[in-house]
Design a protein around this ligand. Structure first.
Ligand SMILES: [Zn+2]
Length: 276
């Protein structure tokens, strides 16, 4: 007995230490996973319905689709979007007319009728709220997230962030960064633009987030075509395969589900701090 007591105590102490370290690092903070991944697809493209959604569904992964109200695919394929929402994906708000500032260099393509630099805050909020009504009429949901069009968060020189706080559970920005759960700013969630990366490069980004116990958000546009900002379908699918294979450690969820989870976590931390 005496001979094993020493090593046994050492092992027990080691287990206690490892537990303390992993709790401190928030190893399972993300709904019981090491990290969280949000896959987001912008601008309501046909390839999202034809190529992306079937691949996600066969892997059982949920994603967010930011669809402007004037997307042609919304008019032409309303039932397909309804089915996509029924399958557990989020229809995210991306305004009605996708306004972007036309007074920046290289913005000749901006339609003068929907030039964000000429918008009032009231007009932008009206547009965003009408887009919510439109999306609710398709999916029946009242909780969703917003994605700033062209990543622009200022209207009339004022920040849109606090103006839409009552309308959404969170909003996606365009600052490329991963975030630990306490670092997430609900109405300016960092995200990485995907444009031409290989599957290996995308997987390496998730691996890094996993090491840091962080959230990583990807912004896709074209997948296998249909947009100037594009990723090869095969490379995109490599990422999805990796996420599926590692689903025990990686939480893949919609932006709305992740935002609600983060908010609840941050509020419980605030309550704890309030009791100290
Ligand atoms: Zn967009």
């Amino acid at each position: 007995m005496k001979t094993i007591q020493g090593p046994l105590i050492t092992i027990l102490m080691l287990i206690v230490t490892i537990n303390a370290v992993s709790q401190e690092k928030g190893q399972y903070t993300w709904n019981g996973h090491q990290c969280a991944v949000a896959l987001t697809y912008d601008d309501g493209l046909n390839v999202h319905l034809d190529l992306v959604a079937p691949t996600l569904d066969s892997a059982g992964l949920k994603a967010t689709f930011y669809i402007p109200g004037n997307a042609l695919s919304l008019r032409n394929r309303l039932n397909d979007w309804r089915t996509l929402a029924k399958n557990g994906h989020e229809l995210g708000n991306h305004t009605l007319f996708h306004p972007c500032a036309g007074d920046l260099p290289g913005r000749e393509w901006v339609n003068p009728d929907y030039d964000l630099s000429t918008y009032t805050m009231k007009r932008m909020l009206d547009e965003i709220r009408l887009a919510n009504t439109l999306l609710q009429s398709i999916d029946g949901r009242t909780k969703r997230t917003f994605a700033y069009t062209c990543g622009e968060e200022m209207v009339e020189g004022m920040s849109l962030n606090s103006e839409i706080a009552e309308d959404f559970v969170g909003a996606r920005g365009v600052v490329p960064k991963t975030m630990e759960i306490g670092e997430v700013v609900m109405f300016d969630i960092g995200a990485f633009m995907v444009s031409g990366q290989t599957g290996e490069a995308l997987i390496a980004m998730v691996e890094k987030a996993r090491k840091d116990f962080s959230l990583i958000v990807f912004i896709f546009h074209g997948v296998g075509g249909e947009h100037a900002i594009n990723v090869d379908l095969a490379e995109h699918n490599k990422l999805l395969r990796y996420l599926k294979e590692n689903e025990r450690d990686i939480w893949v969820a919609t932006m709305a589900d992740i935002a609600e989870f983060v908010m609840a976590h941050q509020m419980s931390l605030e309550r704890l701090e309030g009791h100290e």
